[in-house]
Design a protein around this ligand. Structure first.
Ligand code: AVJ
Ligand code: FE
Length: 444
């Protein structure tokens, strides 16, 4: 590598670290100390736990492991170990108070900027192409999205502000035919891709049809109005049991408003807007809607082929629009806006086949349970993803309005329990292609 490249990578890493910390600061300075240490939902940590946990992971990986430096606070490792401390118990732990937590993360960050100065990115696998730094940036951004979800669950006066997302700029088709054939899923080359996105491998899919946009509030309201929540036949057995146990009747944060619906977003109520993607639905609700609509959820491979496959070259792109990182024209990412954008708001972000808003807006449930790609190798630690492999979790793809561009890609994989809906989760539907469509697809 030429020396200029290494200096550029250092600058880019420093900029990403700083940009990310600015977001963390915004999320943790918007509320007072009492609010920071409070648990806003048993599903979430107190914000002050996320803050110090982010610093502790940065200390473990960058200060101690990459930098080989002395621990800053070895005594708090257990407190901020997500596996040792279940979320519901975190508020009763002897956590660092807000001022100490801020001082701690700042101290760790100073050491990281210092060690970044002398780093050789060719020394070890862990730092090749800046990976360890990228992993830590992504980790902090993931917790920022989690903190944003905590903000959505807190009660009290609104503290977060952002301009509304753009209005529709294009008409979007209902659905798109994806022709049969192989495509490359996953990646072996994206430098900051995490272990579960690797390696690149070929997946051959039969022809299928996928929604050109996520399912909207308007469509979802018809499902509700036509008794979707009252009809066990649309629900899986586990889904129906959960629908009854949890008393589900509408997406989370919705309430009836006259003969319509209103939703609460970061402390403000407003009438539900029909042309926005529905958000805060669990996997079971998404699957029930799909069954009611005579469709199904896409598999994870179907989602990724629709997002990355370029029929002109046969290549898989990094993003639906190409290989270049997203700009605000491409997708609703990064908490620039506080809710999903209406369908048609991001024509520049569409895939070559004309599938819109795959990236940003809402995480999209797929029917696939979370497993390693063929040839998966845990790196650098099993606890990031391997320990979650199995049938308990469903994969979500594409990122939400609260996902940063650094923690999102055409290959990025998220996962959660099928009953979870405090995350910014929505979905789109798919179906097998008919015989006629398969022939038309081949002729085109
Ligand atoms: C990838 C979003 C499922 O928040 O549980 C954060 C990311 N892993 N700290 C999570 C993560 C460790 C993870 N998800
Ligand atoms: Fe974490």
């Amino acid at each position: 590598e030429e020396p200029g490249t290494e200096a550029q990578l250092r600058d880019r890493i420093a900029a990403e670290l700083t940009r990310t910390r600015d977001r963390t600061a915004l999320l943790t300075e918007a509320v007072d100390d009492a609010d920071l240490v409070r648990q806003h939902s048993p599903l979430m940590s107190p914000l002050v736990w996320d803050l110090a946990h982010v610093g502790n992971q940065e200390e473990l990986w960058l200060v101690r492991d990459v930098g080989g430096r002395d621990p800053v606070r070895r005594d708090i490792d257990d407190l901020y170990d997500a596996f040792k401390q279940p979320r519901k118990d975190r508020p009763s732990l002897p956590l660092l108070p807000p001022a100490e937590a801020r001082a701690y993360v700042a101290c760790v960050r100073d050491k990281v900027y210092d060690l970044l100065d002398g780093i050789r990115f060719t020394d070890r696998d862990l730092v090749a192409d800046g990976f360890a730094f990228g992993m830590i940036v992504q980790h902090e951004q993931q917790h920022d999205e989690t903190m944003l979800a905590t903000h959505q669950l807190r009660s009290g006066a609104p503290v977060l502000h952002a301009p509304p997302p753009p209005e529709p700029r294009a008409r979007v088709a209902d659905e798109v035919l994806v022709p049969a054939g192989p495509f490359t899923m996953g990646t072996s080359t994206d430098p900051w891709a995490l272990d579960n996105e690797r390696p690149a491998h070929t997946v051959d899919l039969p022809a299928y049809v996928i929604d050109a946009a996520p399912v909207t509030n308007g469509a979802y309201r018809r499902f509700i109005a036509e008794g979707g929540y009252d009809e066990p036949r649309w629900w899986s057995e586990a889904g129906w049991r959960h629908r009854l146990d949890a008393g589900l009747t509408a997406p989370m944060h919705w309430r009836r408003d006259g003969d319509g619906w209103a939703y609460q977003r970061f402390g403000r109520w407003s009438p539900v807007r029909d042309d926005e993607p529905v958000v805060h639905v669990c996997f079971h609700e998404a699957a029930a809607y799909a069954a009611w609509a005579g469709r199904r959820l896409p598999t994870e491979a179907e989602w990724e082929k629709a997002a990355r496959w370029d029929p002109a070259t046969g290549r898989s792109r990094r993003w639906p629009w190409g290989d270049e990182d997203p700009t605000p024209e491409h997708a609703n990412l990064g908490q620039r806006h506080l809710w999903p954008a209406p369908v048609g708001a991001y024509p520049a972000g569409a895939s070559p086949l004309g599938v819109h808003q795959l990236i940003g807006d809402v995480w999209e449930w797929t029917s696939t349970t979370f497993r390693g790609h063929p040839g998966f190798a845990a790196f650098p630690y099993r606890e990031y993803s391997e320990v979650f492999f199995g049938d308990d979790y469903r994969v979500l793809r594409g990122g939400s309005f609260g996902t940063d561009r650094a923690a999102c890609r055409g290959t990025f994989r998220n996962w959660d329990y099928p009953i979870r809906r405090q995350i910014f989760s929505g979905f789109r539907c798919a179906r097998d292609a008919t015989t006629d469509e398969r022939h038309a697809g081949r002729a085109a």
